[in-house]
Design a protein around this ligand. Sequence first.
Ligand code: COA
Length: 558
Amino acid sequence: MKILFITHSFNSLSQRLYCELTGRGHQVSIEFDISDSVTEEAVALFQPELIIAPFLKRAIPESIWSRHRCLIVHPGVPGDRGPSALDWAIQRGVDEWGVTVLQAEAEMDAGPVWASANFPMAATRKASLYRNQVTEAAVRAVLKAVERVAAGDFEPQRVPGKPHELMKQSDRHIDWQTDCSALVLAKLNAADGFPGVADSLFGQPCHLFDAWPEATLRGVPGTVLGWRETAICRATPDGAVWIGHVKRPGGIKLPATLAFPEATDLPELPLAGCWKAADPTWQDIAYEEAAGVGFLSFEFYNGAMSTAQCRRLTEAFRWATTRPTKVIVLRGGSDFWSNGIHLNTIEAADSPADESWANINAIDDLAEAILRCESQLTVAAVGGNTGAGGCFLARATDFVWVRDGVMLNPHYKNMGNLFGSEFWTYLLPPRVGAAGAAAIMRHRLPMTAAESVQLGFYDACLPGPGFAVDVARRAAELAAMPDIGEQLAAKAARRAADEAVKPLAVYRAAELAEMRRNFYGFDPSYHVARYHFVSRSPHSWTPRHLARHRDLDWKVPA
Ligand code: COA
């Protein structure tokens, strides 16, 4: 079927639907929702058999829905209508939620229902719910709806419902004197990653994001008790919570201590016990050990890895290599494994060019430490979406096991034609061939976990449910191999042979020469793209590689 996506952006949900539908032989083209006239033009050019809106912030114009079948993906159960669907569901503490695919009509979300899928609600952040449970349910519901459209004999039914309001900041307000920690966490979770909860810190207005529980610290409710690395801890009547990120008026979302440097005048609240995982508290890097395997988690907000985070993670990794283990598993975070260098901290730096340079060198140091590790076999357990440099950082390990359902974007050019580093020129071509590597970089398209394994880029795609358990079992099996000594020796020999052909330093220098041009050269594309990315600027055109109907040689098939 010829399917046109009308979407606010090509976000992870749209990417997943795109891969699922194209993988089933449908022809999908994409137009960003920029204006009614642009959408009308896209429809005229593509002449789709079906229009799907995976992620829209505005209504589809009547000129389109009255002439074409348009299916809206609504993140709510049948009968739920209106904006802030997930926010209300989280804040009301419902047990079950769902996704409904309904036909666009004049009244928002009131059209007949083509399919729906439910999931048990999880106590997590809105953005996490969206990227995981909502996305999985949306895939099931959209595939079902497309099947029904193709069959031609399905009669979609109307479901009665009443629209709810847009959730306002007054609905999200935190009273630090009376709201217990669980309620504070629920309010912050319902607002993460957008719009956050309007509040104030150090007498200044700001929006709060990225809340973590705290098991032991106590203080006068509402006061900021202190800081740890980039987060701050604030007391509630029955304990405290950590705030990882904040956004000041007119600014961008930043680590809390970067947005409010005065926080570091308060007491530092360091973790006892090195990298070892502690009780619930703010801990972005945590280490555990079992059955000869070291597990290193790095829960970096949005998968973004700043210079300081890369350096601390390198230190933690080097420390992990000194442990009496045979395997190290790099777990990444629960939502993202890694999205490469931290574009927000770069944007906020006095010299974004210098900070980009420092950050890419710091992430390359980490990749190099992984590549040069001879004391353990290394595994990347990619359980969350991964983009750009993060995809190649994972490939620096000996084995990459990826969770089915994860979306990968192993390319850089979408960020202002960035060349990329993280040793991708060493790591990618042997896996997919020189032409394959060039195609991945040029096409700039998302890839599913299964595709990454079919291409030979990653090593195994493991089922979603039970992924962590499966990884632990497989890693323990590796560690228990009777010939683990020989395996490690063979790994060291392979690295030495590669080094003799072309040293890692040569790959790195060549990549960084290109990156230096991106950061300091005449062409400002990377700086412009980064500014728009971190400012979340609405798109003003759809890139050609997505809007296939705008290809110069596009012809409406006869
Ligand atoms: N630095 C800082 N923030 C980042 C980031 C990065 N490298 N990558 C993602 N984020 C943030 C986004 O700004 C967004 O923030 P929000 O909480 O304010 O919404 C959040 O992570 C989710 O990103 P989004 O783009 O909405 O998610 P997605 O799943 O739709 O897309 C990617 C995933 C990876 C395709 C996309 O985020 C991306 O292109 N990231 C940049 C990758 C990059 O170029 N890295 C630098 C080169 S190594």
